[in-house]
Ligand binder design. Structure first.
Ligand code: GLC
Length: 434
């Protein structure tokens, strides 16, 4: 069995997942042009989705409820904004959207809108103070929505493999408020924001130099404060960056896309985000097995058998003989993996993670160039998301790539981790629109 790093198949794999300097620069330029075309209202340009908020001043105070529905978890929070850019989370509950061990799945095709929103309303009920006033509620909903007011948001499409029928085309604000009323929860929905927007708001609440938000989690997306196209103080625009289609896809990307719930959509997200990095590793591993470089394992035939957390475990496995990877391979049906097979898996994980970081860095360079074409200034981007936080080496690598990309122009792109941003930001937004 030839798992040799120098074999032609490995060379092809390295090419498949490479983002050479020219492709990096072209991606940054294409993303910048894509946003400019959309801002100019070009027919055929991707939709940009303005939020009904701009940056906070940092002095906002009060109690607020926040609900955060991401791609994997939902959380409800009772937040006290203290002014001075600080806050305290007074209560918090979090729940997975699907939990086979507890026998529920609120994101499967068999779920109804009422079941999903009743579940979300119950979470809010768990943190809302009993018997008191109806507190304002901010709702972070991490899917593309067209807004016609702060608390009106029509879902344009699901993504991240969520498939609840009957929600696309409807106002998720109305669905949530109806569920809150049904459950008798004392909360007034005041505002709906994307998770990137919420993260930016939390970043800007703490330090006013923050003018953009980024999520690198189950999905990938970014937003920024657009000050030229709107009257002061501007509006934060959700770019739906995961839907950017200007990056060349490799054979595994095409395979993944064709079998996904939304073929043709979210092309970039499917190359970089947490929902997909494990699946790309699985598809490449299956290919290695087909070509006889590693053996077959049951998991190679099972879509989404490898998760981003698994890729994280593989990348964290630095001990000789890779015992952590051996344990995963056992779980996946290969009881007696060889050192070479384990090394092959690790190399695949590194290729997929490395490409993700390079593409994200390129797109973020394109994003800051929208307001600073020469990349001559300092830009602070609030960032959150499980892939960014937990994939070994990912955050430092991204920072390094951004440093290298800007060192000649004299500017900089600084990523500021803003944990809890997608929850706390919704509370900040609720106070901003009060
Ligand atoms: C998907 C959604 C987007 C969200 C991102 C991160 O790309 O379309 O709205 O911000 O995931 O959660």
């Amino acid at each position: 069995m030839n798992v040799n790093n120098m074999s032609p198949l490995w060379a092809a794999l390295r090419r498949d997942f490479a983002v050479p300097a020219a492709a990096f620069a072209a991606t940054a330029r294409a993303f910048q042009a894509d946003v400019a075309a959309a801002l100019a209202g070009d027919a055929g340009a991707r939709a940009l989705l303005p939020a009904y908020v701009a940056n906070p001043g940092g002095g906002e105070r009060g109690y607020c409820l926040a609900l955060d529905m991401g791609g994997t978890n939902a959380r409800a929070l009772l937040v006290e904004l203290l002014g001075g850019g600080t806050w305290r989370v007074r209560r918090q509950v979090a729940c997975r959207l699907r939990d086979a061990s507890r026998g529920y799945d609120y994101i499967a095709p068999a779920t109804t809108p009422a079941a999903l929103f009743d579940f979300l309303a119950r979470l809010v009920g768990e943190v809302a103070p009993a018997g008191g006033t109806r507190l304002p509620l901010g709702f972070t909903f991490s899917y593309p929505c067209r807004q016609s007011g702060p608390a009106q948001a029509v879902l344009l499409q699901w993504n991240k493999e969520i498939e609840v029928p009957g929600v696309v085309g409807r106002d998720v604000g109305a669905l949530l408020q109806a569920a809150l009323d049904r459950a008798g929860v004392a909360a007034r929905l005041r505002v709906i924001v994307n998770d990137t927007v919420a993260t930016q708001l939390a970043g800007a609440y703490a330090a006013q130099d923050c003018r953009a938000g980024v999520i690198i989690g189950t999905g990938f997306n970014a937003c920024y404060l657009e000050e030229r196209s709107f009257p002061p103080p501007g509006r934060i625009i959700n770019l739906e960056a995961g839907d950017f289609a200007g990056v060349a896809a490799n054979r595994y990307d095409w395979q993944l896309d064709a079998a996904s719930a939304n073929p043709g959509g979210q092309r970039l997200e499917k190359m970089v985000a947490g929902r997909y990095v494990g699946e790309l590793v699985r598809l490449a591993a299956a290919d290695l097995a087909r070509q006889g470089l590693i053996r077959h394992a049951a998991a190679w035939r099972q879509p989404y058998a490898i998760t981003a957390a698994d890729v994280g475990r593989i990348l964290a496995d630095t001990a000789p003989d890779l015992p952590g990877t051996a344990a995963l391979l056992r779980r996946w049906g290969m009881a007696d993996s060889t050192a070479a097979e384990r090394a092959a898996l690790r190399r695949l994980g590194a290729l997929v993670a490395g490409r993700s970081a390079r593409l994200v860095a390129a797109v973020l360079c394109g994003l800051v160039r929208c307001s600073d074409p020469a990349l001559a200034r300092r830009h602070v981007l609030a960032v959150d998301g499980a892939l960014y936080r937990h994939l070994p080496g990912y955050a430092p690598r991204l920072s390094l790539l951004l440093r290298r990309a800007t060192e000649e122009s004299g500017g900089s792109v600084v990523l500021r981790l803003t944990p809890d941003g997608s929850g706390v930001g919704a509370a900040i937004a609720a106070l901003l629109v009060e």
